[in-house]
Design a protein around this ligand. Structure first.
Ligand code: HEC
Ligand code: HEC
Ligand code: HEC
Ligand code: HEC
Ligand code: HEC
Ligand code: HEC
Ligand code: HEC
Ligand code: HEC
Length: 500
């Protein structure tokens, strides 16, 4: 978190000016426990529960917690659930642990986890306008859908939506107290009641969340040589193939974060933005203002050319993260800064360098460099295509052909996801969340089919469909209004061709 503090202060100050701020552990134990060895309190818990949920008691007794190397360190039911509940009827008093409870004995892992992205995922989910306004059954306690995966994050982090434009603060357990279950975070990879390290080291442990529509890392990994070899040769300590964990929790470090992140974006640097002025002199004033709020530095591997910076700026604009005048919005603070959806140069370079050093265990520096740079290039190409489609839709709004829907602050707004009101914006949403994601994520994970046929190919199809639909909408609009729209030339020609 420290890494983005310096420029963060200046950004917060900038936003205030803009008036945006509202304010030693186990091997597999040889001999498993039986209930008989337990102490009194535990006997009372386990002794009764063995008749109620025998599976829980059995799993606990087989766990490293019940079989520590030092007998004095044995962990018992009440260490995690408290001692307030003791009878058949008062079980509402049983406490459900939080990550802090695990952290009482596993300080290092808690600290690392809290510094990584998993910890922010509940906050990240709630930062999405598309999450708000969903039916309760989708967003509430039941953990079906968004919340079921995002509960790996901490609840109750207070950000700009609740008046805090600075670093995230905890609400002291207030939000979490509304949820009986699902406040542990750690159990996303070490499930109850065995809490095993070996489970968490298996890539399948990540697959219930890192799969599917917008982040199919499991499918990409298992369709790339790394995962294929893992499937064939298994996962012994000296395995030939890397796993999700050996690339993302290097040396067991729980601070999980990647350079590009989920959205394949990075924070433009001062230098990036100032270089744009040469390309777009009319934007000198807003660009100078924007540059003042940004960190300084260079990105390694593939640096940003102005066209790419511009393409990414359009993406940020279409996500409502930059406003029409290219200035950071409250979403910039909430999603990018507080939710850390993108990294600045210092952090990006640091993680990238560490990841590459890790690849060097099995590959030469040249091989790794080429892989990383060409994957960056693919993202750049995808951004360029995406920007074309965004520009087309933005033009339709500018020319009054599309109208800003009621209650929308930004339009087009990629973050409205599938609530987009027109088919052309539905298509734009698919580019953002499905095709562009698969293109660059597939490239980095060396899954050629995901990169190309599930990513780049539909991305191109979609861009073409959008450009075609733009022409159609313009022609339709023109026919209706009987006069040329401000972007006259193209639509006129189109109108003629469409009539045939
Ligand atoms: C009261 C202290 C305590 C608490 C609370 C606690 N643990 Fe542990 N944990 C231990 C001890 C002791 C060991 C075993 C060390 C050994 O084998 O010597 C252990 C081992 C582990 C291991 C390694 C298991 C393996 O296969 O080697 C994991 C993972 C783990 N705990 C996760 C958790 C999680 C998750 C929580 C919270 C739900 C938690 N622990 C709560 C003390 C605790
Ligand atoms: C005399 C029997 C008995 C004893 C002793 C007992 N429990 Fe329970 N416990 C129950 C019953 C009954 C339930 C509710 C039935 C169910 O959840 O299947 C329950 C539920 C729970 C729950 C789940 C609560 C929920 O809301 O899901 C936890 C956790 C729990 N007990 C932990 C403990 C711990 C820790 C101890 C010891 C300090 C303990 N129990 C002692 C009978 C007992
Ligand atoms: C319970 C669901 C869940 C499980 C299990 C899970 N993750 Fe995640 N992971 C998430 C969510 C949600 C995020 C997004 C967090 C955010 O940034 O808001 C995430 C983010 C990440 C990121 C950071 C991406 C970035 O933005 O830089 C990496 C890397 C990652 N996970 C790897 C793993 C690995 C490796 C495993 C298995 C050992 C794993 N995850 C298990 C849900 C999960
Ligand atoms: C290392 C911590 C830890 C220990 C020790 C532990 N539990 Fe749990 N227990 C958990 C976690 C984590 C959950 C899941 C909580 C949630 O979803 O919020 C849980 C959930 C439960 C539940 C309710 C959820 C379900 O799956 O039905 C019961 C009942 C329960 N534990 C009983 C016990 C009993 C009995 C023991 C001792 C034999 C025990 N626990 C020991 C951490 C622990
Ligand atoms: C994204 C998945 C994931 C999450 C979430 C996670 N862990 Fe782990 N944990 C792992 C992996 C993978 C390992 C094995 C690391 C290794 O040794 O390579 C591990 C190992 C451990 C160990 C054993 C360390 C050792 O050296 O033997 C403990 C203890 C532990 N985790 C506790 C926690 C606690 C506490 C939390 C919550 C704050 C947590 N973990 C959250 C994946 C996770
Ligand atoms: C050989 C190492 C390696 C393996 C194995 C691996 N990844 Fe990655 N992962 C990467 C690289 C490289 C990136 C992109 C790094 C960057 O942003 O510069 C990445 C990026 C990610 C991201 C951020 C979004 C994206 O896809 O670009 C997540 C999340 C992620 N990986 C999860 C996983 C999961 C889950 C698995 C296992 C199913 C896995 N990874 C397997 C190397 C690996
Ligand atoms: C299947 C599990 C799953 C579901 C369902 C899910 N997500 Fe995610 N989400 C993830 C994972 C895993 C990541 C990280 C992927 C990556 O980095 O490539 C993620 C990433 C994100 C991020 C990016 C955070 C960041 O800072 O990079 C946001 C925002 C998000 N999800 C919001 C949502 C919303 C809102 C919903 C429901 C409308 C939702 N998610 C549904 C698993 C899920
Ligand atoms: C533990 C060893 C190991 C690590 C670490 C590792 N790889 Fe690999 N990688 C392999 C093996 C083995 C192969 C298969 C070699 C072959 O095709 O002959 C491979 C293949 C590849 C391929 C070629 C895939 C194909 O379809 O031909 C690429 C690209 C690659 N790795 C990139 C990386 C990157 C980038 C990293 C780090 C993020 C990395 N690897 C980390 C072992 C590793």
């Amino acid at each position: 978190m420290k890494r983005h503090k310096s420029w963060f202060a200046s950004l917060s100050a900038g936003l205030l000016l803009l008036g945006l701020s509202g304010s030693a552990l186990a091997e597999e134990p040889a001999a498993k426990k039986t209930l008989g060895n337990d102490q009194q309190a535990h006997k009372e818990c386990a002794g009764c529960h063995v008749t109620i949920n025998p599976g829980i008691v059995k799993q606990h007794l087989q766990s490293p917690h019940a079989n520590p190397k030092k007998a004095s360190e044995e962990v018992r039911c009440h260490d995690c659930h408290g001692t307030k509940h003791t009878t058949m009827d008062d079980y509402a008093k049983a406490e459900m642990p939080t990550a802090e409870v695990c952290g009482e004995c596993h300080k290092k892992q808690l600290k690392q986890h809290a510094a990584g992205k998993h910890h922010l995922s509940w906050f990240g989910m709630k930062s999405q306008i598309a999450w708000h306004g969903q039916p309760g059954a989708i967003t509430e306690q039941g953990y079906r859908g968004c919340s079921g995966c995002h509960k790996i994050g901490e609840k109750g982090l207070v950000g700009i939506a609740e008046g805090n434009a600075g670093e995230l603060k905890s609400d002291g357990g207030k939000e979490a107290s509304h949820y009986r279950y699902g406040n542990v975070q750690c159990d996303a990879c070490h499930t109850r009641h065995t809490f095993k390290k070996s489970e968490a080291k298996d890539p399948r442990a990540c697959s219930n969340c890192h799969m599917g529509f917008d982040h199919p890392q499991w499918e990409m990994y298992t369709s790339a040589k790394h995962g294929v070899i893992w499937g064939i040769e298994g996962h012994a300590e000296d395995a030939r193939a890397p796993t999700c964990q050996s690339c993302h929790l290097m040396e067991g470090n729980h601070e999980v974060v990647t350079p590009w992140g989920f959205l394949g974006l990075r924070i433009p640097t001062k230098e990036n933005v100032l270089a744009l002025i040469e390309v777009a002199p009319t934007l000198k004033e807003p660009l100078t203002k924007l540059a003042a709020a940004l960190p300084s530095g260079n990105y390694i591997d593939l640096d940003d050319d102005p066209q790419w910076v511009l393409d990414r700026a359009l993406i940020l604009q279409a996500a409502g993260v930059l406003d029409g005048n290219l200035q950071p919005t409250e979403r910039f603070v909430e999603i990018v800064v507080q939710g850390r959806a993108a990294r600045g140069p210092e952090e990006f370079n640091q993680i990238r360098t560490a990841m590459k050093a890790n690849c060097n265990k099995c590959h030469s520096a040249g091989f790794v460099d080429l892989h990383m740079k060409s994957s960056d290039e693919i993202l750049k190409a995808a951004d360029h295509e995406f920007a074309k489609a965004i520009r087309a839709v933005q033009g339709l709004y500018k020319d009054g052909i599309l109208r800003v829907p009621e209650n929308w602050k930004y339009a087009p707004d990629l973050l409205q996801y599938y609530d987009a009101k027109t088919s052309i914006e539905q298509e734009l949403y698919l580019i953002m969340l499905e095709y562009r994601q698969r293109t660059f994520q597939g490239a980095f994970h060396a899954s050629n089919d995901y990169m190309h046929w599930y990513g780049w190919a539909p991305l191109k199809t979609s861009v073409n469909n959008i450009l075609e639909e733009e022409k159609r909408l313009r022609a339709e609009h023109q026919a209706k209004s009987g006069e040329a729209t401000p972007n006259e030339a193209a639509p006129k020609a189109e109108k003629a061709s469409k009539k045939q």
